[in-house]
Ligand binder design. Structure first.
Ligand SMILES: Nc1nc2c(ncn2[C@@H]2O[C@H](COP(=O)(O)OP(=O)(O)OP(=O)(O)O)[C@@H](O)[C@H]2O)c(=O)[nH]1
Ligand SMILES: Nc1nc2c(ncn2[C@@H]2O[C@H](COP(=O)(O)OP(=O)(O)OP(=O)(O)O)[C@@H](O)[C@H]2O)c(=O)[nH]1
Ligand SMILES: [Mg+2]
Ligand SMILES: [Mg+2]
Lengths: 286, 279
């Protein structure tokens, strides 16, 4: 189940009859390194490695399981504990609000989500309330037209709340309403306020935080801020088609007490999959 | 007193953690700490100096050295260059290339240079609209073709236009692309072959973690860049990516993006970054 380089490490202790402290320490160091390289939060990595080490030394492997398999299983269990659950996305009427940092992939993911529900036989509609970024309206409108999804936006209007007041009644008859918002980060207080205002009007069923797979140690702080502001119900990791491992998603999940809903791995509307913990973990430890 | 390995083990570990928490990639942090360790062991410290402060000073010096590598004066380069100077902006998706071009264009305009912008992202939805809005706001000429056109042709046309009209600077935007996408990286090479740049700027974001190393290295191998602009440093990022990129490529950081407005661009100051990173 684990990735390549960690497999090699484990092969080294394959022959070990019983696992001694030194072997475990070396193994944990390698796991620590793999997790840090994958952008998992430093404090979380330290906490995880301590637990993995303690459990590996103290727990007896179940009958028939050799010590090496036992350590692998412990690592796997600890990670599954954090992100093992894939969000439960119902295939019915709902409103979804997309939020996240600048450039993280919200607009592209909004269209991917619309496509996902469209393929499942539902009627999606998208509203653009990014009144800030030049060309945001054109970008989302074009993408929606390409997949024949209903789109509402007001090109000249700089007031997101107004656009929603006009737009929400217009898309009332659609099954899944997706609201794309402007990028923002924790320190932009006016933008955080705007996000809260949007939330108040929309009262969405889902608030998805779109997180770039390459995000580093900031993932934890940003997820926390977004969660404190409007409450995040799911994480979507974008750009997993590069070399980034998406380790920031671990903290995002624990900070928001939610789960990973989807992963995006490409620029087209088809490049969205439901999150699968096993594949993600094996890539994380690669 | 001679510094021995044991006395600096813990301070070095604490500092490595500090680097990692500041978004310095682990390979880079390991190498920097290892170098410091080798240099310090066996060297002398004064009796009243604590090992911890010697190590901290060594780290500050090492970081400054990494991030001051091959420092360039962008303003001087532009002023001395034969016109039109052609600058191409490259990087992975969403890092801030288009916005950074607008900031640089704004800066050059304030310095009384004539500037033309090439809408070299002919792929992404709304890309041409986005850069056109910036060009209009800045009162600058934009060269564009229709969406889906060959980006090399757009950039080539912009150079021809600049030569004919005696324009000082051409800023070429390119589509964001994954460093692992062979076809897109080949396309980038083609753009630079058809319309050779005088200067290539790699735009990456301060919020990127370990992947900053991968992408900087691969972009630098494919289309060697002359300098880097690190965007989104205002997102409370300690900016460790600057260390990762400078260490991996040996190329200098030119500017930092500190917000979404045209004026949110500051000249890179190694001391400012290192001080912020270590605190
Ligand atoms: N390769 C790849 N590119 C992606 C993915 N998701 C988004 N992108 C690209 O990333 C860039 C930014 O995407 P956007 O959807 O504009 O990001 P955003 O969060 O809406 O940006 P702002 O609205 O400015 O905050 C674009 O070039 C997208 O095509 C992905 O999964 N893989
Ligand atoms: N806070 C902040 N946001 C920035 C900064 N630079 C760019 N952005 C934002 O990041 C988002 C993406 O910027 P773009 O200029 O579209 O990025 P890009 O690299 O051209 O994206 P693609 O062409 O899709 O690859 C936009 O919302 C910008 O406003 C910065 O320094 N600080
Ligand atoms: Mg957007
Ligand atoms: Mg762009």
């Amino acid at each position: 189940k684990l990735g390549g380089s960690l497999q090699n490490v484990l092969k080294r202790i394959a022959g070990a009859g019983r696992i001694d402290e030194r072997t475990v320490s070396e193994l944990v160091k390698d796991i620590q390194r793999a997790l840090l390289q994958a952008d998992v939060n430093v404090k979380l990595v330290m906490k995880l490695s301590k637990r993995i080490k303690e459990r590996s030394l103290k727990e007896k492997p179940p009958a028939g399981i050799n010590p090496r398999e036992h350590v692998v299983h412990i690592v796997y269990q600890e990670l599954i504990d954090i992100i093992g659950r894939s969000s439960d996305i119902k295939l019915g009427k709902q409103t979804i609000m997309m939020v996240g940092l600048q450039g993280g992939g919200k607009t592209t993911t909004t269209v991917k989500l619309a496509r996902y529900f469209q393929r499942k036989g539902l009627k999606p509609a998208v509203i653009c309330v990014d009144t800030f970024r030049p060309g945001a309206y054109e970008q989302l409108k074009t993408l929606c037209e390409r997949i024949h999804v209903a789109f509402y936006g007001e090109a000249g209007n700089s007031n997101a709340v107004e656009i929603l007041k006009h737009g929400l009644p217009q898309i009332e008859k659609y099954d899944v309403k997706i609201i794309d918002t402007a990028g923002r980060h924790a320190l932009e207080s006016e933008l955080i306020q705007e996000m809260e205002d949007i939330y108040e009007i929309v009262k969405p069923d889902h608030k998805f935080l779109v997180l770039d797979a390459a995000m580093g140690q900031q993932a934890s702080e940003q997820a926390k801020a977004f969660n404190n502001s409007i409450g995040i119900t799911g994480i979507i990791i974008s750009k997993l088609d590069g070399t980034a491992k998406g380790g920031g998603a671990l903290s995002a999940v624990s900070e928001t007490d939610s789960s990973i809903a989807f992963i995006g791995a490409g620029e087209t509307p088809e490049d969205l999959e439901k999150f699968e913990p096993d594949r993600f973990i094996s890539r994380l430890l690669g | 007193l001679i510094i021995d390995e044991k006395s600096i083990e813990k301070p070095l570990w604490d500092l490595e953690i500090a680097l990692l928490e500041s978004d310095v990639a682990i390979d880079v942090a390991d190498e920097i700490i290892a170098t410091i360790k080798t240099n310090l062991i066996g060297s002398k410290r004064k009796i009243q100096q604590k090992s911890k402060s010697v190590v901290e000073q060594a780290l500050e010096d090492a970081l400054l050295k990494v991030v001051s590598v091959n420092q360039l004066n962008f303003d001087e380069i532009i002023s001395k260059a034969k016109k039109p100077v052609h600058i191409v902006f490259i990087g992975v998706n969403g890092t801030g290339k288009t916005t950074t071009i607008a900031k640089i264009a704004n800066r050059l305009k304030k310095q009384n240079y004539s500037v033309v912008i090439a809408a070299g992202d002919t792929f992404r939805a709304g890309a041409i609209d986005q850069i056109e809005l910036h060009a209009n706001k800045l009162g600058l000429k934009l060269i564009k073709h229709q969406e889906g056109a060959d980006p090399a042709a757009v950039v080539f046309d912009s150079i021809e236009y600049a030569k004919a009209r005696h324009i000082d600077v051409v800023l070429s935007d390119t589509a964001g692309r994954m460093h692992t996408n062979i076809n897109l990286m080949d396309q980038l090479k083609k753009i630079c072959r058809v319309a050779p740049p005088d200067f290539v700027i790699f735009v990456d974001e301060a919020v990127a973690g370990n992947d900053a190393v991968e992408r900087a290295a691969l972009f630098n191998t494919t289309v060697p860049f002359d300098g880097c602009i690190l965007s989104k440093t205002d997102a409370d990022s300690k900016g460790g990516a600057a260390i990762s990129i400078a260490h991996t490529t040996g190329k200098p950081i030119l500017f930092l993006g500190v917000g979404q407005e045209y004026d949110d661009l500051i000249t890179f100051d190694p001391h400012w970054l290192v001080e912020r990173l270590l605190n």
